[in-house]
Design a protein around this ligand. Sequence first.
Ligand SMILES: [Zn+2]
Length: 463
Amino acid sequence: MLVATSVALSGQPPQFSNAVRNFITIDASVVALTNVRVIDGTGAPPRERQTIVLRDGLIADIGDAARVKAPDGATVVDLTGKSVIPGLVMVHEHLYYPTGPGVYGQLGESFARLYLAGGVTTMRTGGNTNGVMDINLKQQIDAGQRAGPTIDATAPYLNGPNTQLQMHALKDADDARRQVAYWAEMGATSFKAYMQITRAELGAAIEEAHKRSLKVTGHLCSVTYAAAADLGIDNLEHGFMASTDFVADKQPDVCPGQAVGQRTIDALDENGAPFKALVKKLIDKHVALTSTMTVFETFAPGRPTSPGLDVLLPELKQQFEQAHARAGQNQQSIYKTLLPKGMALERAFAKAGGMLIAGTDPTGSGGVIPGYSNQREIELLVEAGFTPLEAISIGTLNGAKYLGRDARIGTIAAGKQADLVVVNGDPSKTVADVRNVETVFKRGVGFDPAKLIASVSGRVGLW
Ligand SMILES: [Zn+2]
């Protein structure tokens, strides 16, 4: 029998199971991090030689070493030469992975550990293909029974007729309402619409979710971004890569094919009036946009291979490497130009005042590895033209704002939850230093990424 749990409102972490304790290296009621460079997630310049006092899961104090001293009895960790950034808050994560043709393995156990190891302390899953796993995992992590980030758990996808084996097909708008009501009751805290949904179903789902103060995002195709914004959607996935707004003969409620939409995006001028009008619409309607460049990078020729592949089962690693080699040889691939175009469009959206948030989407051909890819997404935001400080802010504060939790998480400040990532180096100068994670503090408890990774290495794909 599982005990229902809820997140305690204090900063106090839960009692951890012995299995989780294996991954913990720092667990004291008072911890002082000294001589550390603080990148606080707001976009402000780094502050050198700071002391951060963590008490009962919260940041009790932070300031110059001259002012803030380690309290008596505190566990002191000297972080000279190292930086802290806020725990990552990423919003297009999944607990499943493409193991075979049209088949998704449910890898919640290993993925939750990898996400935490990569510095993700809060994540939203962006659609589930498993029913209750996202919800159960969220509750067990909150209760300290498993290691992982705090999860905003999505319900199974809301989609129209489709050929996926692990996806329900909505019958009509009433069915959409029933699904939202049922999964909200089951504990889902957000919803994801998918490529074949109709406007009527999407509108009904949004209305039903909003009644419960829950949000709806979408990887759309059958419904344009502009139409979804008018229906009140909160978030759109994959930047502009899933927009069919510019398909000339687009039929209402019909997906013309993702590739057809992407050809129009590839040809879109980020300074042109049609794109600017869509951006204005999304901003006016407060629709956030999720960047998931990590998954598109795996399709593009001439790109480096993905970080973290060694955690995969050898068969799955080989499967991705073959797919990546094929992608690399395809010089006709649209992604050669679409990847940089997608970046330029996201940058233009953010520059115009749009809310850009970040995620990774561990699907595609299997090269998006949780944790590793969250770090990669920060690097790709820098490639898109953001400064490292801006990219870190998108991956932390913006996600927290979208989830409505920025009063507690997403930045490093006194009174906030002690969700911090210690990295060796200075990612404000060399963004790749976000890969050098040494400790991940979640609610003041320090987890060892190396132990988390070692616990799944070579077996990701089984569980
Ligand atoms: Zn996805």
